[in-house]
Design a protein around this ligand. Structure first.
Ligand SMILES: Nc1c(NC[C@H](O)[C@H](O)[C@H](O)CO)[nH]c(=O)[nH]c1=O
Ligand SMILES: CC(=O)[C@@H](O)COP(=O)(O)O
Length: 154
C-alpha cells in the first residue's frame, strides 16, 4: 500500500488569513487561534503570515480569490462567524461564503481552509472560538498546514 501523508510543520511557507470584522468579538479569537497554530505547530514565522480584514463573510471569497490568484501564498485560511438572525439572510451569507471559498480552492488549487463559523446562536459561536468546543480558527490553520505538505508530495 502507498500512503501519502504529511505533518504540519511548514517553516518558510507563506500563509494568508482572511478575517471578517462582523461578530469580531468571536472572530478575533478565531484569528488568534489561527495565528498561534501557524506559529506554534507550523513553525511559521510572523513575516510569512499576511492578515487581510474584510467587512463580512459575504466579502471573503473575493479577497481569497485575489490572494490565490497572486500565487504568493501556499495556503489561505478564512476565519469568520455567521450567526443566524431573524431573517433568511443567514442562509445566503453562509452559503455564498462557503461555496465561494470552495470554488477558489478548486480553481487555483490552493488550500483554502474554512474557519468560518455558521451557528444558530451566539453561545455556539463562543463555544467554537476558544472555549469548550475548541477553536475553529486554529483547526482551520492546522488543516492548511497539513494540506500544504500533502500537496507538495502529490
Ligand atoms: N450577518 C452576518 C454578516 N452579514 C454581513 C455580510 O457578510 C456582508 O458584509 C453584507 O451583506 C454586505 O455585503 N456577515 C458575517 O460575517 N456574519 C454575520 O453573522
Ligand atoms: C447572518 C446574518 O446576516 C444575520 O446575522 C443578520 O441578522 P437578521 O437576519 O436578523 O437581519
Amino acid at each position: 500500500m502507498n500512503l501519502i501523508e504529511a505533518g504540519i510543520a511548514a517553516p518558510g511557507k507563506k500563509f494568508a488569513i482572511v478575517v471578517s470584522r462582523f461578530n469580531h468579538f468571536v472572530v478575533d479569537s478565531l484569528l488568534d487561534g489561527a495565528v498561534n497554530a501557524l506559529k506554534h505547530y507550523g513553525q511559521v514565522s510572523a513575516d510569512d503570515i499576511t492578515v487581510v480584514r474584510v467587512p463580512g463573510a459575504y466579502e471573503m471569497p473575493l479577497a481569497v480569490r485575489k490572494l490565490a490568484k497572486s500565487g504568493d501564498f501556499d495556503a489561505i485560511i478564512a476565519v469568520g462567524a455567521v450567526i443566524r438572525g431573524g431573517t433568511p439572510h443567514f442562509d445566503f451569507v453562509a452559503g455564498e461564503c462557503n461555496s465561494g471559498l470552495s470554488r477558489v480552492m478548486h480553481e487555483f488549487e490552493v488550500p483554502v481552509a474554512n474557519g468560518v463559523l455558521t451557528t444558530d446562536t451566539i453561545e455556539q459561536a463562543i463555544e467554537r472560538s476558544g472555549t469548550k468546543a475548541g477553536n475553529k480558527g486554529a483547526e482551520a490553520a492546522l488543516s492548511a498546514l497539513e494540506m500544504v505538505n500533502v500537496l507538495e508530495q502529490l
